[in-house]
Design a protein around this ligand. Structure first.
Ligand code: NAP
Length: 227
């Protein structure tokens, strides 16, 4: 049976490329986007099916889940930086709330809504698009951006990934986090040095993992990333 996938926040950037790469592997893909016009255009451009889905709007997520009959792969890709005012000592809590609202609460909302469908799949996979800037190991040790919104939201997303993986470890559902690397997208005003297509690769790998693949792991193109 054909594998069916949903990619959130897929009207542009890395999500758009994840959709294209999954389609190229013969996967039947729902392209999730919060804006109907942008989403429908992206779906036409790629050949995917469009589904309206704002990860911060539980009603939109519920409607999306009700409109999809079966699902094998969920890629939680939608993400935001959250806005300005992320400096410790000068934080704008709205920026923190925005980052957590999409990058953490949104992932929980969407995953919970689609888990009943995923449980019915023979090879269910959940991929959370995280970032190495959320790695607690790397956060203090290496050069990485300072901010109390975006990096901590990705650290929380990593923790959420582990909680789902642990809760589902006796089922077929594999839940993993990935980092696409620093990619040239709107998210960072196109300062990234990798292409969105390069960034998409690891998410696609984890979305199409074999049954012997890991769960509760964090990967980038080079292998395991420290939590
Ligand atoms: P992007 O080009 O800005 O794309 C982000 C996507 O998320 C857009 O389609 C956006 O839709 C969507 N989105 C935002 N809020 C949403 C919501 N509430 N509901 C549904 N969709 C929503 O950014 P990107 O670089 O491709 O980022 C994709 C993922 O990769 C994010 O999780 C990001 O944190 C992660 N990441 C990126 C980099 C990088 O260097 N670019 C590095 C590490 C991790 P609209 O068009 O409607 O705004």
């Amino acid at each position: 049976m054909t594998t069916t996938a949903l990619v959130t926040g897929a009207n542009k950037g890395i999500g758009f490329e994840i959709v294209k790469q999954l389609l190229a592997r013969g996967v039947d893909v729902y392209l999730g986007a919060r804006d109907v016009e942008r989403g429908e255009k992206a779906a036409i451009d790629t050949g995917a099916r469009f589904v309206q889905l704002d990860v911060t709007d539980p009603e939109s997520v519920r409607r999306a889940a009700a409109s999809i009959e079966r699902l094998d792969v969920l890629v939680n890709n939608a993400g935001v930086v959250g806005g300005r005012g992320q400096s410790p000592g000068g934080a704008d809590l709205d920026a923190v709330r925005t980052a957590f609202g999409t990058n953490v609460f949104g992932v929980i909302t969407v995953t919970d809504a689609f888990l009943p469908l995923l449980r019915e799949s023979a090879h269910p996979r959940v991929v959370n698009v995280s970032s190495t800037v959320g790695s607690l190991t790397g956060m203090f040790a290496h050069e990485s951006p300072i901010g109390v919104a975006y990096p901590p939201s990705k650290a929380a997303l990593n923790a959420v990934t582990l909680q789902y993986a642990k809760a589902l470890k006796d089922t077929a559902v594999k839940v993993n986090a990935v980092c696409p690397g620093y990619c040239d997208t709107d998210l960072n005003n196109h300062s990234g040095y990798r292409t969105p297509a390069q960034g998409a690769r690891i998410a696609v790998e984890m979305a199409t993992l074999g049954d012997d693949g890991p769960t509760g792991s964090f990967y980038d193109d080079e292998g395991v990333v420290a939590w």
